[in-house]
Design a protein around this ligand. Structure first.
Ligand SMILES: [Zn+2]
Length: 566
C-alpha cells in the first residue's frame, strides 16, 4: 500500500502512453499489435476517470509542518518511532510474557502501542488530529501532473470511517463533474478504495431512488479490493491468530524469493511445532488477560481499519475491543459507521454490482494472486496477493494454497451460463464460483497493488469500450494473466510456471537442509555434552583429590606403627 504514490504515477504514465502517444510508441517498440492493443488505440476517452486509491496514499501520513519535506511520517510508523519504544519496553515485556505475568505484559503493550500508534490515533469519535493527516483534496491541485487530462485522484485520510470518506468522495465527484463539464464519471478503485467506493455506490446509486435524475456513473473497476475483508487486518484484529509451520516457511521464503536452508533444517528437526505451540499458548494468555483492551487509546480509535474487515470479523472485533457498555458509549460514532458498513453495505456488495450491470453500467473485478497470506492469520493456507485472499477480492473464487493445485482431474465447481472453462491453467483457481465469473480477471505473481500499472489496458478497455467486455472478448486478454517483467500477458500452457511442490515434500527432499540439520544436531549435541564433560571432569578431580587426601591421612596414621615394627 505504501507504494501508492509510485503506483499512481506509473499507472498514469502508462495511461498517458496508451492514449496520446500510443500509436507512435507501439509503432516503434512493438512488431505485432494484439487485438486488444488495436481496440485500445481506438477508444474515445471522453469520461473523466476517478481513481479511488488505497490506504497509505502519499498525502495523509505526515505530522504536518510548514513545508512538506519536513513532514514527519507517522504511517506506517518508521524505525525512528519504533526503536525508542522497543529500547524502553522490550526487556520488561519479554520477561513479563515468559513469566506469564500477563497483566503486566498487557500494561507494557498498551504503553508500547501508545508510543508507536499514538501519533496518528484519532479521538473517541474517530476524528484524526487536525495537525496530522492529508493535504486538501482539490481538483485543481490534484489533477495528475503526468498530464493524463481526464484522470483525477481521490486522496483521503484513511483513518476516517468509510461513511465519511464516501461523503468526501461524493463531494469530489461533483467537483470533477463541474470542472470537466462531464455528466458522467468512471471509477477505478484499488485496495481500500473499494470499501469507500462500495459505500458511495450503496448510498448514491443502490438505495438512491432519485439516481435516475443524475445517472452519472459510467463504470467501475474493482482492483485488489478490500470490500469483502482483508485477512491480514481482520484476523489479527479479531484474535483469529493461527501459527502454522508450513505457512511460516512458505511465507518467509516467498518474501525472500529463495529457499532458506536454516529454516528448512529447523523444520526438518521438528523444532517449529513445540515452539509455535508454546508461542501460541503465550499469545492466548495475553488475549485471555485483556490484550485487546490495550488498544483502546490507539487502534480502537481509528474507524478506517473497520473498512478492512468482513462482517463476521467485525462482529468479533466489536465483542473483543469495544466489549463493555462504557466503551460502546465512548465509541458510539465509530461503531455506528462500522455497523452501517458491515451490516448494510457489505451484505449487498454483490447486489450493488449486479444492479449496476442490470442498469447498463459496465464493471469489472480484478484479483491478484501468487503469494501467501500472513502466517499468523486463521486458515493460512489461502492464496492471496500477500494481503487479501483471492476468494475475498474476486467475490468467491475457489483457490488452493500457493504450494498446491486443484489436481489434473479437477472439474469446475459450477456450470457457468457461458458454458466455458473457468479453471486457471495453473490449476490453482476456479473462478466459476465468483459472483461475476465472466467479468472477473486474475493476475498471477502480482503482489498487493504494487505494479498495478500493468492494468492500464484492461482499465481502458473495460471503461471506454462501446460494449461491456468480458474475459471472452479478447483472446489476448483472457481471465488469467501473469506478470512477465513489465507486462501482463495471458497465462497459458506455454508460459506456465513449474508445478508447485508441497512445502513438506520439498523440505523432505532437500539434501542441503538435511545436511544442515545434521550439522545443527552435532553442534547442539556438542553444546549439550560440553557442560556434562566439564562437570564430569570436576567430579573426577574432586573425587581423586579426596581419595589422595584419605590415602595420605591413612599413610600418616600408619607411619608410627611402621616405625615400631622396624
Ligand atoms: Zn462463464
Amino acid at each position: 500500500m505504501k507504494n501508492m504514490k509510485k503506483w499512481l504515477s506509473v499507472i498514469l504514465s502508462i495511461l498517458l502512453l496508451t492514449t496520446c502517444f500510443s500509436v507512435a510508441a507501439s509503432a516503434e517498440e512493438k512488431t505485432e499489435k494484439t487485438e486488444s492493443d488495436i481496440a485500445c488505440e481506438q477508444l474515445q476517452r471522453d469520461v473523466p476517470l476517478i481513481l479511488v486509491t488505497g490506504l497509505g496514499g502519499q498525502y495523509h501520513s505526515g505530522l504536518l509542518t510548514e513545508t512538506e519535506e519536513d513532514d514527519v511520517r507517522i504511517w506506517e510508523p518508521t524505525m525512528e518511532i519504533i526503536m525508542p519504544v522497543i529500547k524502553e519496553h522490550a526487556f520488561s515485556l519479554v520477561s513479563a510474557i515468559l513469566t506469564k505475568n500477563y497483566d503486566k505484559a498487557n500494561a507494557i503493550l498498551k504503553m508500547a502501542a501508545e508510543g508507536i500508534f499514538g501519533p496518528f490515533s484519532c479521538d473517541n469519535n474517530g476524528i484524526p488530529d487536525p495537525d496530522t493527516g492529508k493535504k486538501e483534496n482539490s481538483t485543481d491541485t490534484l489533477r495528475n501532473p503526468n498530464g493524463y487530462a481526464n484522470s483525477y485522484d481521490f486522496l483521503f485520510d484513511w483513518r476516517y470511517d468509510v461513511v465519511t470518506l464516501a461523503e468526501q468522495l461524493d463531494a469530489y465527484v461533483k467537483q470533477v463533474m463541474e470542472l470537466t463539464g462531464s455528466d458522467k464519471v468512471a471509477f477505478v478503485a484499488t485496495s481500500m478504495g473499494n470499501s469507500i467506493l462500495m459505500t458511495y455506490l450503496y448510498k448514491t446509486f443502490y438505495t438512491n431512488e432519485n439516481y435516475k435524475d443524475s445517472n452519472h456513473i459510467h463504470s467501475a473497476v474493482f482492483i485488489a479490493g478490500t470490500m469483502n475483508g482483508v485477512a491480514n487486518c481482520e484476523d489479527p484484529f479479531s484474535a483469529n491468530i493461527t501459527l502454522n509451520a508450513e505457512a511460516l516457511v512458505r511465507y518467509i521464503e516467498g518474501l525472500t524469493g529463495t529457499s532458506v536452508p536454516v529454516l528448512r533444517a529447523l523444520y526438518k528437526m521438528g523444532i517449529f511445532e513445540p515452539v509455535l505451540t508454546y508461542v501460541g499458548e503465550l499469545v492466548q494468555g495475553l488475549v485471555d488477560n485483556g490484550l485487546y483492551d490495550s488498544v483502546d487509546s490507539t487502534l480502537a480509535t481509528i474507524p478506517g481499519f473497520h473498512a478492512l474487515m468482513n462482517a463476521e470479523r467485525y462482529t468479533q472485533v466489536r465483542e473483543l475491543i469495544y466489549n463493555t457498555p462504557d466503551k460502546q458509549e465512548k465509541f458510539t460514532t465509530i461503531l455506528a459507521s462500522g455497523d452501517f458498513f458491515h451490516y448494510e453495505v457489505q451484505p449487498n456488495n454483490v447486489n450493488i454490482i449486479q444492479k449496476m450491470k442490470d442498469s447498463g453500467i459496465r464493471t469489472a473485478v480484478f484479483s491478484q494472486y501468487g503469494y501467501d497470506i500472513l502466517p499468523i492469520t486463521s486458515d493460512n493456507d489461502r492464496m492471496s496477493d500477500g494481503t487479501i485472499t483471492v476468494t475475498a477480492s474476486s467475490f468467491g473464487a475457489i483457490s488452493t494454497a500457493t504450494d498446491e493445485t486443484l489436481g489434473q482431474d479437477y472439474k469446475q465447481a459450477k456450470e457457468c451460463p457461458c458454458g466455458k472453462n473457468h479453471v486457471s491453467p495453473d490449476l490453482q483457481i476456479d473462478a466459476s464460483t465468483c459472483a461475476f465469473a465472466d467479468t472477473t480477471w486474475f493476475g498471477r505473481d502480482m503482489f498487493h497493488v504494487f505494479d498495478s500499472a500493468l492494468l492500464a489496458k484492461l482499465i481502458d478497455l473495460v471503461t471506454y469500450s462501446e460494449e461491456e467486455i468480458t474475459v471472452w472478448t479478447y483472446e489476448d486478454l483472457p481471465q488469467y494473466l501473469v506478470r512477465e517483467g513489465d507486462s501482463l500477458v495471458p497465462l497459458t500452457q506455454e508460459n506456465l510456471p513449474d508445478p508447485p511442490v508441497a512445502i513438506e515434500d520439498s523440505i523432505a527432499q532437500d539434501e542441503e537442509a538435511a545436511k544442515l540439520a545434521t550439522t545443527i544436531r552435532l553442534i547442539l549435541a556438542a553444546v549439550c555434552i560440553f557442560p556434562v564433560l566439564v562437570i564430569a571432569l570436576i567430579v573426577f578431580a574432586v573425587v581423586r583429590r579426596k581419595k589422595k587426601k584419605t590415602a595420605n591421612a591413612k599413610a600418616a596414621n600408619e607411619e608410627p606403627a611402621m616405625q615400631t615394627t622396624t
